[in-house]
Ligand binder design. Structure first.
Ligand SMILES: C[S@@+](CC[C@H](N)C(=O)[O-])C[C@H]1O[C@@H](n2cnc3c(N)ncnc32)[C@H](O)[C@@H]1O
Ligand SMILES: [Zn+2]
Length: 345
């Protein structure tokens, strides 16, 4: 039989070449399923943490102080993103010197959020985006999960890695997270109000979670953003850029392909503002202040308040945090031309 030109060149038949290409594609898909790490720049090709190179574009990562840096070229060179990263490096250093928030308050919030993810997380692979000092991360690990720490601030990640060599720590921007269906659950607490491009964050969040997997997102609830004005003494700009109501939070998640499991309110404090009911009905203020004083005198702590039924805590305190837990029900597919479609998983 006459040989085709490619057989002369490669010694292989068309069928053999096709089979080889198929096997290669399968191997790549298998590797992707295993690592779930994708190029932060083109989001096409699988990346191995050891190699940190993309086979589809010119992206190359690097390792700094033992931490893989998975930022796109734009993420590293865009002046706005650069400034953002610098601000968060600075905040991290300041926070590690002298905690910005009261530590037992943050610890209580972390415990509560971990509880929402589940009491027994053995065998589950999770990711904590914007892990900061790692309080939530520790609470999740304590419950048996294998957790990856992601943050944009190197100082925090270096500290986490120093404490536990075996912990997977990745420096990435939540707006270009390099994960595809890698995690059974993703947590992200007090971060979504910071990111510059919230739609890119939601897109990457959807991609990071396995079909049916859980996203637990906590954000400040109806916060007065004036507190972040540099005119009023806030030392950093580009910190809290937005705030959330329950409706907005629900809509954000449903719009990004998730189905809401639960909404929880938290961050109750007796020393901060009176509940919103007092804004509407100032005549309540005197009685509620009396009840708060009695509770304060009895030494009621953040976690005591948190253990109370939510409806009661809301009567005497203003919730500062809202948490949504939601399951991934849809993948986001880019439509040819323009736009996107949410496709059931
Ligand atoms: C307010 S702290 C919250 C820390 C922790 N999640 C907690 O609940 O205590 C915000 C964290 O998100 C990180 N962060 C802010 N913007 C980010 C981004 N675009 N990508 C990844 N991490 C980010 C910060 O460096 C910081 O660690
Ligand atoms: Zn690439």
């Amino acid at each position: 039989m006459e040989k085709k030109w490619w057989q002369n060149m490669t010694g292989r038949s068309e069928a053999e070449a096709e089979a080889e290409a198929e096997a290669e594609a399968e191997a790549e898909a298998e590797a992707e399923a295993k690592t779930g790490l994708i190029c932060p720049q083109c989001r096409e090709s699988v990346v191995q943490l050891e190699a940190l190179k993309c086979s589809s574009c010119d992206w190359e990562g690097e390792i700094v102080d033992g931490i893989p840096i998975l930022l796109s070229k734009r993420g590293k060179s865009d002046p706005l993103l650069n400034r953002y990263t610098q601000i968060y490096d600075q905040i991290a250093s300041d926070d590690m010197d002298d905690s910005i928030l009261e530590l037992d308050y943050v610890e209580m919030l972390a415990e509560r959020t971990a509880k929402i993810v589940g009491d027994n997380l053995a065998g589950q692979k999770g990711c904590d985006i914007g892990s900061g000092k790692g309080l939530l991360l520790n609470a999740l690990i304590k419950r048996g999960a294998e957790v990856t720490a992601v943050d944009i601030a190197l100082p925090y990640l270096k500290r986490l890695k120093k404490k536990d060599e075996t912990l997977e720590c990745i420096l990435a921007n939540a707006e270009e997270m390099p994960f595809r269906e890698r995690f059974d659950f993703v947590t992200c607490t007090d971060v979504m109000e910071h990111v510059l491009n919230v739609s890119n964050f939601l897109y990457c969040l959807n991609e990071a979670v396995k079909p049916g997997g859980l996203a637990v997102i906590r954000v400040p609830y109806r916060e007065n953003l004036l507190g972040y004005s540099t005119y009023l003494g806030c030392s950093y700009d580009l910190v809290h850029l937005r705030s959330y109501t329950e409706e907005l939070l629900r809509d954000s998640m449903v719009g990004a392909g998730f189905e809401i499991d639960a909404i929880n309110y938290g961050g109750f404090s007796l020393s901060l503002h009176l509940p919103r009911s007092c804004d509407d009905k100032p005549e309540y203020a005197a009685d509620i202040t009396k009840i708060r004083k009695i509770l304060q005198d009895r030494g009621i702590s953040y976690s005591d308040l948190d253990d109370m039924p939510e409806w009661f805590a809301k009567q005497i305190c203003r919730p500062y945090e809202i948490t949504v837990s939601a399951r991934k029900t849809h993948r986001i597919e880019i439509k040819e031309g323009a736009g996107f479609e949410l496709v059931p998983v």
